[in-house]
Write a protein that binds this ligand. Structure first.
Ligand code: NZQ
Ligand code: ZN
Length: 391
């Protein structure tokens, strides 16, 4: 295991009606003037926004609002949010929604207290300081409710980049599984896929002897394989929603990723797709992961064979471990299709003729110099081959 530090001070309030304590939590974490940030309207339609406002009013905490966050959140609204916060003396940013809303809120929170362009953080600058952020999560997926990360799409070129810093870890996150019951099945499945991607991308490590985190990841993946189909079958299954919601947080606050190298090539390859085609991140990952895994499998075939046996119940073929490894990847592919995820470029809305463009932004954006690195280093040709496998 490698040396590590781990700092994850988010306060979690989990369970039915947990959002009724929003006002108290904002006060506890120092907020006196709040920006409520939300998405395209699901929280208005569900009545959640009204309940959140009522809770703030009960604590006599003034607030302003900024809705309109789109999935794959855009830089333009972040600039607007920063100006709004400064003009109104906001000292706390409250995200009500999914990963996109939370990430936009984090970007605003970092930008308000920064003299330069907030995009500097999405070009590699570490976030040292930010307004406090609180979240009320409405979809189990991105894990942003417990992560130090934010992903924003730059409208000037439509490319997606991440920023990081413990300062943007939420001060509190309210996780009420019942709030996710209004999700359309497709979005639920996208969330399940993203959570599993966060686990797989940590599982693909070059660090030896990481039994504790291997086993934690396997437990969370097994939970997703058990609960995923149950919630697709019955969207009102509160217990399944609850297990998925907490798994989604644990998958990405890095408690199961410490002390080990991680992959993230699938995420990087996918981010180009959701930036260019505006597809859901989870759907992009469903098409990306089987292709990447198949392409890199030989790098450590025993690792893929191990997960095939432990997660998918495949029979270990000691003479031909690549057979076991491949069977595990195919079982994962079938699982993703079974919950309603797309399987190729066409179903995702991506175009084969765009591959050179995708490869260029992937391999040369974000300060890269012709390759991406993770579990293995992939050059331009590798990336092009992987995109072609998804067609
Ligand atoms: O905008 P509204 O109207 O709220 O609708 C949303 C949106 O259309 C809808 N939705 C959310 N909760 C709902 C609901 N509809 C009905 N009932 C509910 N309870 O679902 C749609 C998707 O929402 P979004 O916030 O985009 O989903 P998600 O949480 O999957 O976030 C995706 C974003 O997170 C980024 C992705 O790249 C993507 O931009 N990621 C962020 C990470 C992080 N910060 O740590 C890590 C991830 O790997 C990921 O990259
Ligand atoms: Zn993700």
């Amino acid at each position: 295991m490698e040396n590590f530090t781990f700092y994850s001070p988010t306060f979690f309030a989990f369970g039915k009606d947990a959002e009724k304590d929003t006002g108290k939590l904002v006060r506890r974490f120092g907020g006196t003037k709040v920006l409520i940030h939300y998405g395209g309207g699901s929280v208005v339609r569900s009545g959640l926004l009204d309940r959140v406002k009522a809770s703030l009013e009960q604590e006599e905490i003034p607030y302003i609002e900024l809705g309109g966050v789109k999935p794959n959140p855009r830089s333009g609204l972040v600039y607007e949010g920063i100006d709004l916060c400064r003009a109104n003396g906001v000292d706390f940013v409250l995200a009500v929604g999914g990963g996109s809303t939370i990430d936009s809120a984090k970007a605003i929170a970092a930008g308000v207290v920064y003299d330069g362009d907030f995009w500097d953080f999405y070009s590699g600058k570490y976030i040292e300081e930010a307004l406090p952020v609180g979240t009320i999560l409405t979809i189990a997926a991105a894990g942003s409710e417990g992560s130090p990360d934010s992903v924003i799409t730059n409208e000037n070129g439509m490319f997606k980049r991440g920023a990081t810093g413990d300062a943007i870890r939420p001060k509190f996150s309210i996780l009420n599984p019942a709030l996710t019951q209004t999700l359309p099945p497709y979005q639920t499945a996208c969330g399940i896929t993203d959570i599993m991607a966060h686990l797989y991308e940590r599982y693909l490590t070059n660090t030896p002897e990481v039994e504790v985190t291997d086993r934690l990841i396997e437990a969370l993946l097994l939970t997703m394989v058990h609960e995923g189909p149950r919630v697709i079958e019955d969207p009102n299954n509160y217990e399944a929603r609850a297990n998925i919601m907490w798994a989604g947080m644990m998958a990405h606050n890095n408690s199961c990723g410490v002390g080990r190298s991680q992959d993230w090539n699938s995420h990087n390859i996918e981010h180009e797709l959701s930036a260019l085609y505006d597809c859901a991140h989870g759907a992009g990952l469903a098409v990306t992961m089987p292709a990447v895994f198949t392409y890199v499998m030989q790098h450590d075939v025993m690792r893929f064979a191990q997960i095939a046996v432990r997660l998918w119940g495949c029979q270990m073929d000691f003479a031909h471990p690549e057979v076991t490894a491949k069977a595990g990847i195919e079982a994962f592919r079938r699982f993703l299709i079974s919950i309603g995820m797309p399987k190729n470029f066409e179903e995702l809305g991506a175009k084969e003729e765009d591959i050179p463009k995708l490869v260029k932004t992937l391999c040369y954006g974000d300060g890269r110099t012709g390759s991406i690195s993770g579990f293995v280093t992939l050059n331009e040709e590798d990336c092009a081959n992987i995109y072609k496998m998804m067609v």
